[in-house]
Design a protein around this ligand. Sequence first.
Ligand code: S3P
Length: 421
Amino acid sequence: MSAPLEIRVPGDKSLSHRALIFAALASGRSRVRDILESADVNSTAGVLRALGVPVPPLGRDISIDGSGARALTAPSIDLDCGNSGTTTRLMAGVAAGCDFRSRFIGDSSLSRRPMKRVARPLAAMGARVELQLGDGLPMVISGGTLKPIAWSSETASAQIKSAILLAGIVGGVDVEVTEPSRSRDHTERMLRALGASVEVDGTRVRVAALRGALSPLDIRVPADPSSAAFLIALAVLATDSPVSVPNVCLNPTRIGFFDMLRTMGGFVRIDAGPDQGGEPTGTIIGSHSELSAITVGEAQVPSMIDELPLLACIASRARGTTEIGGAEELRVKESDRIATVVSNLRAIGASADERPDGLTVEGSQKPLRGRVTTHGDHRIAMAFGILGALPGNEIEIDDPACVAVSYPAFWDDVARAKARR
Ligand code: S3P
């Protein structure tokens, strides 16, 4: 293997949202380095500013003065969450614990996404939650006095879980959440690091009402495994361009994609590094390899939920037919990612079929050509962008700028990897 090209990808999106929210709820000055500077994280920053938190413009090294979990103030404007489901659902939990009225709005994609999944548990805790269109946004929350809850979630979703945990922290009550399988656990890890009492037992999490204040954070945000996945996929699919991505968050609830790529026959090496901000980190190296089809089932979905569009695109280059099932959650992401991936694979000449809970993709080596309709979905643009970067393929993306949601420098990094060939 020739020396890999090192590409640093931006900070983890899930950790960046949480770093801002916990810095706002802590008492004292927090320091956040290497935060993801993207549209979604800016949405969280904007919502916190509207609630009276002095969040500076995002940058490599920022400080935030938090005044405690009960110090947010009533907003005089709507809370605009842009395209960001994480902003909406996590901040809905925060708003449920605050004794004022908050109105959440977002762009057309976010406005269609289901919010009952957080409205129900927050209402069961005693918040008044009004979904003005039945489900989706606008959502109005009048919070305040909450009661403890033990909630059993139908969906493995870190956003639902985190909304309830945050409502407990801000509302000052004990909360317990049980999920069908384990979703990403960044909220639990961060809460524990800041002094909250967090008990985890399999798929059940309990957080006790805060006794004192949350301590301020000092975090260097590791790189996002969901962003690293695109460059590693490119290294595996392209013929002669090994890539290494350093300092990636290797939280076990996030790295299912890399295991799956290995199962397909991909060369993927992970070199463990130090823990950072309560999360394991390390370097991921990918290199060209022939791939075979695989089957993905429900148990594997949560640890690779955001990477499934990319996996489906990779499957179009693998030997055999890949089946992805147990993934109905894909239908309620930034776009209906089952429909979007299948229609776009077909639009570029690949063979794919929808299933109610997933999709089937037939691999081939024929050149792929055509135009991709992203529906403004950043992960669709990037997944098909990787196919478009392979020699022989000619793929036009209708809205390449939508990558700004999570990975603004994506096209530059892909161009660097291509230039090496
Ligand atoms: C996220 C959780 C996931 C993921 C999203 C980020 C988070 O959503 O798809 O991109 O930061 O909590 P669900 O929790 O709804 O599965």
